[in-house]
Design a protein around this ligand. Structure first.
Ligand SMILES: [Zn+2]
Length: 311
């Protein structure tokens, strides 16, 4: 299991190893006081900023392990590595990546350690209520252990990927706070969502990638038109080509409104795709990491190269 603490330790280690190649900063805080970390690599003065956010759903923490390996490999290759004909250095000098390796650290902790992972007593009591609410709704037979393992939401039962201000009003989902699909009391009510928006708005964000699990598919086409639709198609084609996952239109599924990619495409005209890694139900078994790494190994340099093509 890849934990929040392990991520913090590895981030510090990378920062100490490559002090001139990365900026490490706290972009926000979760409800239970965990840091939402942001890594910046590339050239902060460029006009092309790329936002990569992983693990907005607690049980999908395999994607944090992936983001950390992507980061470590990129830093290792930064000075001498090449991708196609370009050196890493020249590619990353013209773009800037903002990586949020774990946007929902409380959700991850709940999925890995259950209720005892949460320090704040009033949050624990909200979580107990979630479980009571869900008992009638989900499978009655589910054990407490299994219930927390499958946790997707934040520490007060809001599904962060249904809390964005795009189709929020129409989205139904769960009526009460729950392990999944409760959209919150109002759009952008949650600190984790506010953090993602702040990172995107502080920079000239030209595309966003959201990492989820599972399905081995690239979701795109969130209902945009014309230029945004075309730009989103080009981005999705690249990501599909690199990962080997098929592209799937999201336009039909009103079930999945108010998500991060929906918001950036529809409200900000920023091309965005969602990558669903892995095959099994979450949390994914460790054996899946090998194929996931293989699919995503070259994605960052490929994205950098792609961004330079359409100047
Ligand atoms: Zn997800």
């Amino acid at each position: 299991m890849y934990s929040y603490e392990q991520m913090l330790t590895e981030l510090e280690l990378l920062k100490n190893t490559y002090p001139n190649l990365m900026i490490l900063q706290e972009a926000g805080r979760s409800l239970d006081g965990r840091k939402i970390m942001e890594v910046v690599i590339g050239n902060p003065d460029t006009s092309r900023h790329i936002l990569i956010q992983s693990t907005i759903h607690g049980r999908e923490y395999m994607n944090t392990r992936l983001a950390m390996k992507q980061l470590g490999e990129t830093l290792k290759k930064y000075t001498y590595g090449t991708y196609h004909e370009n050196s890493y250095e020249s590619l990353f000098e013209q773009v800037c990546f903002h990586i949020l390796p774990m946007t929902n650290p409380d959700g991850v902790t709940i999925s890995q350690r259950g209720l005892k992972g949460i320090r704040n007593a009033s949050l624990r009591s909200i979580l107990e209520t979630c479980r009571q609410n869900d008992l009638g709704r989900v499978d009655d037979e589910i054990s407490a252990d299994m219930y927390w393992k499958r946790w997707k939401a934040n520490a007060r039962g809001v599904d962060l990927n249904r809390n964005f201000n795009s189709g929020w009003k129409a989205y139904q989902g769960s009526v009460l706070p729950s392990f999944e699909r409760y959209k919150g009391e109002w759009p952008e009510s949650e600190p984790e969502v506010q953090t993602i928006l702040k990172v995107a708005e502080n920079n000239r964000t030209v595309c966003t990638i959201s990492y989820h699990s599972s399905g081995e598919v690239i979701y795109w086409d969130y209902g945009s038109t014309e230029e945004t639709l075309e730009a989103d198609r080009q981005l999705a084609k690249l990501v599909s080509h690199i990962t080997g996952y098929n592209m799937e239109s999201s336009v039909q599924s009103a079930q999945d409104a108010a998500g991060c990619s929906d918001y950036f495409v529809l409200e900000k005209n920023i091309p965005s795709v969602t990558i669903e890694n892995g095959k099994a139900d979450c949390p994914l078994p460790m054996e899946e990491f090998g194929p996931i790494w293989k699919a995503n190994d070259n994605l960052w340099p490929a994205l950098a190269e792609f961004m330079l093509q359409d100047v």
